[in-house]
Design a protein around this ligand. Structure first.
Ligand code: 13P
Ligand code: SF4
Length: 366
């Protein structure tokens, strides 16, 4: 089934796939991969579960996977990530290439917080108030329709790896940025680039209103009121608690965490940044990491010479990312072998064209 936008209609997998043993799943996935050979590339995001990422031909954060997708010539790309990542892969590949998301329920709660109709209403309100002074920038964690909107209005996408570079560029184009859909990444990036909190306003799509939580300064950055349900669960109290329990521990968080948490941390950065920081650290380093659980657990396993724990041990993994499990992967692959692709992600050509403009502006910057 072809899917675009926020609404998804999952195709249920065959019951025959749900009761398989672990060995059978591994064997049949390996066999389907072998049968598809060079026709298939599996991409896996770092937040994916271990037993699925084991089958990825490439693993990376959203920026790295977008760059890889743009270079691939495989006929089938199976994306073990979330819906917006698969849409990005479809936008960056040619029509003959088929992008499959093994479970259409693998959405992103943050991306779903910005519906195109609400963004258009916001834009009308902002341009009435501020005139032609705003460049829209969207986090890649957004639907293709939002990316297309941004592309049509001269803007571009960013990821957590390049948000500073993208913001710095955007301010050379217009006085103000509308950043969506993650309030926190936007605020943390604005502060990093020297803005005061008073120079940032928040647009609340529920109220359809602009609010000024830190006073009304010279508005340079307008933040869409959206958040990541995983990263918002790392709070300042967790930083205080982990430092009390483990003196000398370094707190390292993702910039989707709140401003207050990021300010208290020793360091912060994108998923790739976090991985590199751990890889470079000397044995014996102690880390409390505020990002998705699967990645933190994997880092702990891969670096037994260091002490690594989650900043909040009661936080759960990204539940939507974790919808991609081995039964869904196997079902998707065996359907490709049969020549009956399922859960094909196809972005409408007009949306894809403008979304690509926004993505290419980002890729050209780096
Ligand atoms: P990265 O850009 O770090 O891959 O982040 C993607 C994401 O969904 C973070 O929650
Ligand atoms: Fe979306 Fe958060 Fe999951 Fe990333 S971790 S995919 S932002 S819900």
């Amino acid at each position: 089934m072809a899917v675009t936008g926020n609404v998804r209609y999952p195709t249920p997998i065959d019951e025959a796939y749900t009761g398989l043993s672990s060995e059978e799943l591994d064997c049949r996935i390996a066999a389907a991969k072998a049968a598809l050979g060079k026709d298939l590339v599996i991409l896996g995001h770092h937040y994916q579960r271990d037993d699925v990422i084991a089958f990825a031909d490439y693993r990376g954060d959203s920026l790295k996977l977008a760059r890889i997708a743009a270079e691939l010539d495989a006929r089938y790309i199976v994306f073990c990530g979330v819906h917006f990542m698969a849409e990005t892969a479809d936008i960056l590949t040619v029509d003959e290439q088929v992008v499959v998301l093994p479970d259409l329920n693998a959405g992103c709660s943050m991306a779903d917080m910005a519906a195109i109709e609400d963004v258009e209403a916001c834009w009308d309100l902002l341009t009435e108030r501020f005139g032609d002074t705003i460049l829209p920038v969207t986090y890649v964690n957004s639907t293709a329709a939002i990316k297309a909107f941004v592309g049509r209005h001269g803007g571009l996408t960013c990821t957590s790896s390049n948000a500073e570079k993208v913001f710095a560029y955007a301010w050379t184009q217009k006085k103000r940025i509308l950043f969506l859909p993650d309030e926190h990444l936007g605020r943390n990036t604005g502060v990093k680039l020297g803005l005061s909190l008073a120079d940032m306003a928040v647009y609340d799509p529920q109220e359809m209103a602009l609010v000024h939580p830190h006073g009304e300064g010279d508005v340079r950055l307008i933040l869409w009121k959206g958040y990541c349900s995983v990263h918002q669960r790392f709070a300042p109290r967790h930083v205080h608690e982990v430092r009390r329990r483990y003196p000398g521990i370094r707190v390292l968080v993702h910039p989707e965490c709140s401003y207050e948490t990021v300010q208290l941390a020793d360091d912060y950065g994108s998923t790739e940044y976090i991985i590199r920081a751990v890889e470079k650290a000397p044995p014996g380093t102690k880390w409390a990491i505020g990002t998705e659980h699967n990645l933190v657990n994997r880092l702990a396993k891969e670096h037994p010479e260091q002490f690594i724990l989650s900043l909040n041990e009661r936080v759960c993994p990204c539940l939507t990312m974790n919808r991609i499990d081995r039964p869904h992967l196997l079902w998707a692959l065996e359907n490709l072998v049969k020549g009956t692709p399922q859960n094909v992600i196809h972005v409408e050509p007009e949306v894809a064209r403008w979304a690509r403009v926004a993505i290419d502006r980002m890729l050209d910057l780096a």
